[in-house]
Structure formats: structure tokens, C-alpha cells
Design a protein around this ligand. Structure first.
Ligand SMILES: Cc1ncc(COP(=O)(O)O)c(C=O)c1O
Length: 486
């Protein structure tokens, strides 16, 4: 195929050139009806390009196949057999993968550091999660991906599970040994789904961690908006091999998908693929050089340590995406929550992830010397400001075994069961009917159907006092927790 083409971008240019007009949605009619004050902020071109995907960009039967061709180009570019674009984020794509593999019933092996969107897939489908425990790091208090031996053990205990799902890279940039895990799954004739939401760029530079399709995964989901140059919500899921039926996977995605996909999102994914094929090695190579330099410069700052060796010195963390610059702030005596708030307020910089002791800068191919200097200046100013800040509020971090809550009821049955809201302390020993997720990184501390323990409640309550955000429970301040009625 001609990778210099971008069929969706070309179709949009042609739409403009021909001055097409639709007596169809969107009702703003390429911006003609939009409020000028909105146009001024969002840009006339944004509205101009917001056209229907079928009976707009393509004709009513999509006879030109612009989307299909763009998807085929993507599959070829990254070495997958098939690729599908989605405008509802990896949140949709992972749910579709879960539904397609587990066929709406039975067991699925899932790494317990899964993103909350996977838990939503469990609620929709009624699937029984068989949790593979990630390697909890008791020193750093973060989860590394599960090791191949952890996956093997779970297959021995649950040989009838439909497949296995792992997250790699984790939101901290650490990567699983996907090739070894895929081999273990395939020895049993079972598919491996890799949630690679943070890895859209991986196929395009050989100094980045191994791309899941190269490592033998059957389905791999990426968010183009995270590490690529797509718009928010742009996602692609890739398929290879014959363990998952392509038509069924597409039908599962169709169940969840909007009927009005955004042509701007599709076109941006298409254009980004062309850009990566033509210039990805150079652009990502520059980003990696910048990351190496910044890592050393930040690590030399007083009170800040850039994590690297300690993230790799565990059996399960096979590799690291060095564009994710994870900084330990313990030496400054402040938390990542405080630092993130300070950076936004004082330096007008938003950071990728902040927790009880860390702050992350997610670099991209768009970063350059100017953005790097801005980050360095802001970090130096943060160091100067830190002594005047209140000391970091203590977060009561659970021991790894306390994070392994017992699944008593199917997530779906717990979520849709008869519930009551009880004071958080009284929820200890009860079965949660809701998901409770510190965000970022979005890994649920409590999943519906799990028995709540006091260590996790202590962690969440103390975390909230320290600045943690819990967007999903009925009471985000956690005065009460929604549990199954007894
Ligand atoms: C590991 C992981 N999977 C899936 C998602 C969902 O991705 P999206 O925001 O594209 O819906 C996220 C989002 O942060 C994530 O971190």
C-alpha cells in the first residue's frame, strides 16, 4: 500500500474543495450556525471539518472505503493483520476486546492493575475476573506488570478462562514481558489482549519497548491521543492470528460505539500514521534524546530523583518507556499532589501523574528545547518554594497483600444489586457495589463485588486528605461507600 497517502485527510480536503453541503447533522453546518464567540475560541476550521462520516465525508454507503483503507494502512504500518479506528478512546476498545474474547460469560484472567474502563467491561458483560496480581513494589508503592510465571500460575488455576488481559506499558511506563506471556497463553490456545493505551508510538522506533503485536499479542489497544498526535478519544485496536473472530470483535465494538463518529478524530489518526511512517524514527529519536537529557538534568536537581533503574530491577518490568519521566519528590518533603497543584498555579504547567510522593512528566515528540527549559525552570522554582509548603500529609499505604481484595460476587451482580450507602468505616467487611479509583492513574483500589478491608479504606481516606482525587464513587469524598445490602 502507499503509506504516503492519508485517505481520510484527503477526503476531507476534497470535501472542502467541492464545497459540499449537507442537509444532515451536524446542525452547525460547518460553523455557519455556531456562536461567533465559540468560533473564536474553537476555530472556524474545527467546525468546517466536523462533517458526517457517511453521507458526508464518504457517500451514504461509504462506497469509497476511505475509513477501511485508512485502517488497512494503519495495520500495514504497525505490522498487525487488522486495525480498527475508534472515536471513543481505549475505554471503548478494551471493553470491545473483553466482550469479544469472553463471549459474554465465563472467566477472564486480568491483571489487577487494569484501568477502570476494563472494570466497566466486566460490569457490562457479567464476566468473572480472575485477577492476576501485578508485582506490587513494597518500597516504591506502585504496581509493576505481572511476570510470565504469575500468568502461568493463574492458567494452572483457571484453565478454562477465555483469555488473558494485561496492561503494558503501565501508566508509570513499565512494560511486561509480552512475548513470554503471549507464548504461555498460546500454548493453551488462548488469546492475549494487551491494553497498550500508553503505547501508540511503540511501533515506530526500535529504541522504544517492544510493540505488543511484534511480541505476539492477539489484540492490542492503543490511545492515539496519549502518546501519538491524535485528538482526545482517538483510539485504534489491532488484531492478528485466528484466536479472535474479526467480525465478532467488530460487532462487539459496534455495540458500544457511537453512530456519529467524529471525522476530525478519524482523520487525525490517519494523518498521524502517515507522519509516523515518514518521520516517526526521526521525531521519536529526537524525543528519546530529549528524554535522556532531561532525565539526567532533573535527577541532578536537589531533592528530586528520576526513577529508572529501580523500575527495571524487578523480574516483571521487562522494559521502560523513557518518555515517561517519573520523579520521586520525597527529598523535597512534599507530595506529588502538592507539586502538581503548585506547577499548575504558579508555572501554568499541568503534569501527567501525581501521587503521594511522585510526579510524572509525559514527554512526546512535540516537546523540544523550549518546553524542556520551561519544565526545568518550573522544577527549580518548585524546589525553592517547597520549604514554605506544609509537609506532605501522610498517606496510609497498604501492604501489597491488603490490596488483594477478595472477589466475592461478580462485578456485574454487585453493581446492579440492591445497595445501601454506609459510612466508610462501616463498609469494612462489606461487599462493594461501586468502583473506587484514585485518578490518575485510574487503577481501581476497589472493584464492585470485592470485600472491602480497613487497610484500603485507611488508604483512600488518608489519600483524600493528602489531595487524591476519586472521581467515580457515589460520594467522591468517601463519607459513605455504596455496598451490597445484606
Ligand atoms: C491503561 C489504560 N487503559 C485504558 C485507558 C483508557 O483510555 P482512553 O482515555 O483513551 O479512553 C487508560 C486511560 O488513561 C489507561 O491508562
Amino acid at each position: 500500500m502507499d503509506q504516503n497517502q492519508a485517505p481520510l485527510v484527503n477526503a476531507l480536503a476534497e470535501y472542502h474543495r467541492l464545497e459540499r453541503y449537507g442537509f444532515t447533522p451536524p446542525g452547525h453546518r460547518q460553523g455557519r450556525g455556531a456562536d461567533p464567540r465559540v468560533l473564536e475560541v474553537l476555530g472556524a476550521q474545527t467546525f468546517r471539518s466536523d462533517v458526517l462520516a457517511s453521507a458526508g465525508l464518504d457517500d451514504r454507503s461509504s462506497s469509497h472505503g476511505y475509513l477501511k483503507e485508512a485502517e488497512q494502512l494503519m495495520a500495514e504500518a504497525v505490522g498487525a493483520e487488522q486495525a480498527f479506528f475508534s472515536t471513543c478512546g481505549s475505554s471503548l476498545s478494551v471493553k470491545a476486546a473483553v466482550l469479544a474474547v469472553a463471549a459474554g460469560k465465563g472467566d477472564l484472567l486480568i491483571s489487577r492493575d487494569a484501568h477502570k474502563s476494563i472494570v466497566a467491561g466486566l460490569v457490562f458483560s457479567g464476566i468473572q475476573p480472575r485477577w492476576i496480581q501485578p508485582r506490587w513494589d513494597p518500597e516504591l508503592h506502585l504496581a509493576h506488570p505481572p511476570a510470565p510465571s504469575d500468568v502461568e500460575k493463574m492458567w494452572e488455576r483457571h484453565p478454562d478462562a477465555a483469555g488473558c488481559l494485561i496492561v503494558s506499558p503501565t501508566p508509570y511506563g513499565t512494560c511486561a514481558d509480552i512475548a513470554a506471556i503471549a507464548k504461555i497463553c498460546h500454548a493453551r490456545g488462548k488469546p492475549l489482549i494487551v491494553d497498550e493505551a500508553w503505547g501508540a508510538h511503540l511501533p515506530f522506533h526500535d529504541e522504544l519497548p517492544t510493540w505488543a503485536m511484534d511480541a505476539g499479542a492477539d489484540i492490542c489497544v492503543v490511545s492515539v491521543h496519549k502518546m501519538g498526535a491524535g485528538f482526545e478519544q482517538g483510539s485504534v485496536y489491532h488484531l492478528q492470528g485466528d484466536l479472535v473472530d474479526q467480525a465478532h470483535l467488530a460487532a462487539c465494538a459496534d455495540l458500544l460505539m457511537t453512530t456519529s463518529p467524529n471525522a476530525i478524530l478519524y482523520s487525525a489518526i490517519d494523518g498521524w500514521r502517515r507522519q509516523m511512517v515518514q518521520h516517526g524514527r526521526e521525531l521519536l529519536g529526537n524525543a528519546l534524546d530529549l528524554a535522556r537529557r532531561l532525565r539526567a538534568e532533573i535527577d541532578a536537581l536537589p531533592g528530586i530523583h528520576v526513577l529508572e533503574d529501580e523500575l527495571l530491577a524487578v523480574e516483571s518490568s521487562h522494559d521502560l518507556d523513557r518518555l515517561q519521566v517519573l520523579m520521586d519528590l520525597s527529598g523535597l518533603g512534599i507530595s506529588g499532589y502538592q507539586a502538581a497543584d503548585w506547577m499548575r498555579e504558579n508555572a501554568r504547567i499541568d503534569m501527567g501523574l501525581g501521587d503521594h510522593r511522585r510526579l510524572m512528566a509525559t514527554l512526546s515528540m512535540a516537546d523540544d528545547d523550549a518546553s524542556a527549559s520551561r519544565l526545568m525552570d518550573a522544577l527549580r522554582a518548585l524546589i525553592d518554594a517547597a520549604p514554605a509548603m506544609a509537609p506532605a500529609a501522610p498517606v496510609m499505604l497498604p501492604a501489597p497483600k491488603d490490596l488483594e481484595l477478595e472477589t466475592v460476587v461478580l462485578p456485574r451482580d454487585a453493581f446492579f444489586g440492591a445497595t445501601e450507602d454506609v459510612p466508610a468505616r462501616e463498609a469494612v467487611g462489606r461487599i462493594s457495589a461501586e468502583q473506587i479509583t484514585p485518578y490518575p492513574p485510574g487503577i481501581p483500589a476497589i472493584v464492585p463485588g470485592e470485600r472491602i478491608n480497613s487497610a484500603v479504606v485507611d488508604y483512600l481516606e488518608s489519600g483524600l486528605k493528602a489531595g487524591m482525587v476519586l472521581p467515580d464513587p457515589a460520594d467522591p469524598k468517601l463519607h459513605t461507600i455504596r455496598v451490597l445490602r445484606q
